[in-house]
Write a protein that binds this ligand. Structure first.
Ligand SMILES: *[C@@H]1O[C@H](CO)[C@@H](O)[C@H](O)[C@H]1NC(C)=O
Ligand SMILES: *[C@@H]1O[C@H](CO)[C@@H](O)[C@H](O)[C@H]1NC(C)=O
Ligand SMILES: *[C@@H]1O[C@H](CO)[C@@H](O)[C@H](O)[C@H]1NC(C)=O
Ligand SMILES: *[C@@H]1O[C@H](CO)[C@@H](O)[C@H](O)[C@H]1NC(C)=O
Ligand SMILES: *[C@@H]1O[C@H](CO)[C@@H](O)[C@H](O)[C@H]1NC(C)=O
Ligand SMILES: *[C@@H]1O[C@H](CO)[C@@H](O)[C@H](O)[C@H]1NC(C)=O
Ligand SMILES: *[C@@H]1O[C@H](CO)[C@@H](O)[C@H](O)[C@H]1NC(C)=O
Ligand SMILES: *[C@@H]1O[C@H](CO)[C@@H](O)[C@H](O)[C@H]1NC(C)=O
Ligand SMILES: *[C@@H]1O[C@H](CO)[C@@H](O)[C@H](O)[C@H]1NC(C)=O
Ligand SMILES: *[C@@H]1O[C@H](CO)[C@@H](O)[C@H](O)[C@H]1NC(C)=O
Ligand SMILES: *[C@@H]1O[C@H](CO)[C@@H](O)[C@H](O)[C@H]1NC(C)=O
Ligand SMILES: *[C@@H]1O[C@H](CO)[C@@H](O)[C@H](O)[C@H]1NC(C)=O
Length: 817
């Protein structure tokens, strides 16, 4: 865990403590010469003259008393070295000064009313100058050198014109100020940065400005030694820390090579716990502008696509600072396009704002001539203008990183295409002399590889070519396992999906479900598809997600909406479905302008279809799928009014299959089984509950939730009331009285009430439900009082709402969609 690096900064510490005369304070009149020192009370630190190895210079400094290896933590006169004949002490006017015959360096320069001051070295390593009343006039902690000790600050205070920043030594034996400065950026982002001269050399990835408690400092925190605190007010901002145990010796230094190191004194040597920058790619602008850095490639810098080295000569000699410039200037208009880079750590200096969709983000970059690229995550649209600094390319097998869309001139985008076309042409022409078979094989391989990486073009996809379910249609509701052949569902490219939906334009939006918005997509041949763009909460990796999507794509049943393919490109997870023009069941059942009342026959067909689809998901598909959000709006109807369940398998994609209980409750109030709504426990029986509610809604033509909210009984309670008072037929939607069969209707109501029983164990499974629906001879059990219906008794008597009802309301808020 702790990498041990031995430092070799030996010093000749010239002076040793005068025997017995240990003192920690310098008073007016007593000076230190090159062989005397003061030592803090606890013998932690020592103050005096020291001479770096191989140097004839003497410096006044503070070092660890009992550490011989790289002990110096503070230097008074970095720029003003002296010789062995110098003295350090308090002058007549009360200031600290270094004298060598004459005054060489005034460490402090104050006008003091009273010269009776004293300088004391504390066990923290702080040298403080006090007046006779013990007020602190000056302290060495306010004038850091290269070591950031516990109790010191890193930051600034503009009120007192203080800046606490740390400057490296020039070299390991020259304490004069070097090239590197560790400081806190005074901008709004409050990043910790290392400057090389005036140029940024490194900066902490995350800024501290935005969230009060979060901070990122390159600290090995596993040892839990530090108590960091960050103070940020209008004029002042600084980071300070202390160490919990007073016997731990640890510090941060900025060394002559620009490394910020976290050191711990352990087993008689300094162990490096952390060192930044960790690798060349983390050095700011190591590769110059408009390039990408990848520490696994060689050379580690390369120009971004569409860019070429600004100076080929320098670049080829490994000097990347000049960066890269465009091959072709942007047209600044319609002719520009984007090239996607995956798995990158984004360049610095972006502008982030919230947008509605990827398409909005893309077009805002396209419409701004100075935009050079964008990235889109979770409605956050980041736009980069001008040059791109510090873009890092991660290895393909790294799980982190984001997508970045680089804006290029059309000619550069085309060149990319035609160069691969050219490659193909070359392959073909070279193989002219070979057998046709071989060349065809090569060609095919190139194509297959491209397709694999890029995904297919949705626009030219033929809907009718997708696996069909004509077979099942012939079987009239029989579902068979056999049709689950090994069909690979197509993976489409994001750009083609985006094109089909006109950049996910609002006018193409069909609706918004809990898992994300649904858009209508138009293909080249005029076919229409539904495009569901999943929101980003899925915690899964690309591969698992793809597997799930493919698995769901393989589920083919006439009562499930057919999945035609998917598109998974980094953060985008999209499922492409068949498009059903006939709306969803809820608009037909409860829509205010419902033009047709569903005839009884249609209702029966819908009920049976849903039951079949659900049974297939629960029992006959390759893996058991619990829908978790079955409701009227998730039932779509085809032109023959056959019901098709949509949104199935979402729970799987959203990682909800393995655990039995989940913190994230997806579902819709009114359809959720009590054990799921209240405890998050779900099973096939929770779907059965939702089915029961749906069944009641289809029978009555009334919405379960609306019923509740109108402050009347809820639909389940109402059904139960009528059932127990033996008036079940009053429950049936009067509009359907045309040709309905009272026996069947009563039967359906009985089944529905069995499905909504409070105890999950008492509810039937879907195969039982299907059997009860189909077989009129089955004797049905009598239902017991269903879930949720107890609340009504209280409401009837206008008493306060009981606990369970309160819970119910709360949950409806959580899960509302
Ligand atoms: C430094 O001061 C001490 C005590 O005042 C004295 O003994 C010693 O000789 C001095 N050393 C030099 C090099 O002046
Ligand atoms: C200087 O101040 C100290 C207290 O800090 C006091 O004890 C001492 O007498 C003072 N000396 C003079 C000369 O005033
Ligand atoms: C110290 O305190 C005394 C009494 O409060 C005051 O008269 C004196 O001016 C103070 N000295 C300094 C240097 O502030
Ligand atoms: C510091 O900067 C100077 C001048 O730019 C350069 O010559 C020297 O090599 C730099 N030193 C280090 C350690 O980078
Ligand atoms: C951590 O530091 C803060 C501020 O310096 C201090 O108030 C707090 O007591 C410290 N906590 C511990 C556990 O030392
Ligand atoms: C550390 O703290 C302990 C307990 O508070 C104390 O006894 C000990 O003297 C301290 N050590 C140092 C070096 O300050
Ligand atoms: C590249 O970076 C990775 C992750 O930051 C690191 O594990 C690896 O050791 C680095 N490789 C080289 C050659 O520096
Ligand atoms: C990098 O690209 C940007 C945008 O095209 C351009 O403004 C800038 O001049 C380029 N930088 C270099 C060093 O060519
Ligand atoms: C382009 O974006 C930059 C940075 O966001 C902004 O300053 C500039 O005004 C924009 N230009 C146009 C034409 O919108
Ligand atoms: C999007 O921006 C918001 C607010 O700035 C932030 O809290 C959130 O973490 C961002 N999301 C992502 C995925 O970056
Ligand atoms: C990534 O791939 C490289 C080369 O194939 C391999 O050396 C490295 O160990 C892999 N890293 C991970 C985290 O799988
Ligand atoms: C992926 O890259 C990041 C950034 O360089 C690094 O911190 C992380 O360790 C890498 N992960 C793997 C598995 O290599």
């Amino acid at each position: 865990m702790v990498s041990k690096t031995r430092f070799w900064y030996p010093f000749i510490l010239l002076m040793f403590l005068c025997a017995g005369a240990a003192m920690d304070t310098i008073r007016p009149g007593n000076h230190l010469n090159s062989s005397t020192t003061v030592v803090s009370v606890g013998e932690m630190f020592e103050l005096g003259f020291f001479q770096p190895t191989d140097s004839e210079h003497y410096y006044v400094g503070i070092w660890y008393k009992n550490i011989k290896e790289d002990p110096v933590v503070w230097i008074a006169n970095r720029d003003y070295p002296v010789t062995a004949s110098a003295f350090f002490g308090i002058s007549d006017d009360g200031n600290l000064e270094i004298k060598q015959g004459r005054i060489i360096y005034r460490v402090t320069d104050m006008t003091l009313p009273n010269a009776n001051v004293s300088a004391k070295l504390l066990d923290s390593g702080n040298l403080i100058l006090r007046d006779e009343n013990s007020s602190i006039l000056w302290q060495s902690f306010d004038f850091p050198s290269h070591t950031y000790l516990p109790g010191m600050k890193l930051g600034y205070d503009t009120r007192i014109q203080s800046t606490w920043s740390y400057v490296s030594w020039k070299s390991s034996n020259d304490p004069s100020p070097g090239n590197f400065t560790l400081k806190l950026d005074s901008g709004p982002e409050k990043q910790i940065m290392i400057l090389n001269g005036d140029a940024i050399y490194w900066r902490s990835i995350r800024s501290w400005g935005d969230s009060s408690n979060y901070f990122e400092f390159p600290v090995e925190t596993r040892l839990n030694m530090y108590n960091f605190s960050f103070v940020s007010e209008s004029d002042t901002a600084y980071l300070t820390y202390n160490i919990y145990r007073n016997d731990t010796i640890s510090r941060f230094t900025i060394d002559a090579t620009g490394q910020l190191r976290q050191l711990l004194w352990l087993d008689n040597e300094w162990s490096v716990l952390n060192s930044q920058p960790g690798q060349p790619c983390e050095v700011y602008a190591y590769c110059g502008a408009n390039s990408s850095c990848s520490n696994v490639s060689s050379p580690i810098c390369s120009c971004l696509p569409g860019y070429k080295p600004s100076s080929v000569e320098f670049w080829n000699n490994g000097d990347f600072k000049e960066g890269c410039s465009r091959k072709n200037e942007l047209q600044c208009g319609k002719n520009d396009g984007f090239h996607m880079l995956t798995k990158v750590i984004l360049p610095q200096k972006q502008l982030t704002r919230e947008v509605q969709s990827f398409g909005d983000c893309r077009s805002s970059c396209l419409s701004n001539c100075s935009c050079s690229g964008f990235s889109y995550t979770d409605r956050n649209c980041s736009i980069w203008t001008g040059e791109l600094i510090n873009l890092q390319q991660l290895p393909v097998n790294n799980s982190s990183g984001t997508d970045f869309y680089l804006k290029l001139a059309a000619t550069d985008l085309e060149t990319k295409k035609s160069s691969s076309n050219m490659r193909r042409a070359v392959i073909v022409s070279v193989t002219v002399t070979m057998t046709v078979f071989t060349s065809a094989f090569c060609f095919w391989q190139v194509k297959v590889k491209r397709d694999k990486r890029k995904g297919q073009d949705l626009l030219s996809f033929e809907v009718t070519m997708s696996p069909s379910h004509t077979q099942e249609e012939q079987c009239k509701g029989r579902w068979q396992v056999e049709h689950e052949k090994e069909v690979e569902i197509p993976l489409f490219s994001f750009s083609s999906v985006s094109a089909a939906t006109d950049n996910f334009s609002f006018s193409n939006k069909l609706g918004e479900g809990g898992f994300g918005p649904v858009y209508k997509g138009k293909l080249l041949k005029g076919d229409e598809v539904a495009v569901k763009r999943l929101s980003r909460q899925s915690g899964q990796g690309w591969d698992e997600l793809k597997n799930e999507a493919i698995l769901i794509g393989k589920l083919q049943h006439k009562n499930l909406v057919k999945v035609l393919g998917c598109c998974i490109e980094r953060d985008e997870k999209i499922l492409i479905y068949e498009y059903l023009p006939n709306k969803s069941l809820d608009t037909l059942l409860f829509g205010t302008n419902a033009m047709v009342t569903l005839p009884w026959k249609t209702r029966v067909r819908i009920i049976e279809g849903i039951a079949q689809g659900l049974l297939y998901l629960h029992q006959y598909s390759r893996v058991q799928i619990i829908h978790r959000d079955l409701k009227a709006s998730n039932i779509l109807l085809d032109e023959d009014m056959n019901p098709k369940i949509s949104d199935f398998g979402m729970a799987r994609i959203f990682g909800g299959t393995e655990q039995r209980a989940t913190k994230r409750i997806v579902g819709t109030y009114g359809y959720m089984a009590p054990e799921y709504a209240l405890q998050g426990v779900f099973s096939v029986k929770s779907d059965v509950f939702s089915f029961g509610v749906l069944l009641l809604e289809i029978l009555s033509g009334k919405r379960n939730t609306g019923f509740y909210l109108s402050n009347s009984l809820d639909l389940i309670g109402y059904a139960w009331d009528l059932w127990t008072s033996k008036r079940p037929l009053e429950f049936i939607n009067p509009e359907t009285h045309d040709a309905y069969c009272p026996i069947a209707a009563t039967r359906y109501m009985n089944i529905a009430l069995l499905c909504v029983e409070e105890r999950a164990a008492n509810r039937p499974i879907m195969s039982d439900v299907v059997m009860m629906l189909n077989n009129e001879l089955t004797v049905l059990p009598s239902p017991v009082q269903p879930a949720f219906s107890n609340a009504r008794n209280v409401q009837d008597s206008s008493q306060s709402i009981p606990e369970t009802s309160q819970n119910k309301l709360t949950i409806s808020v959580i899960a509302a969609r």
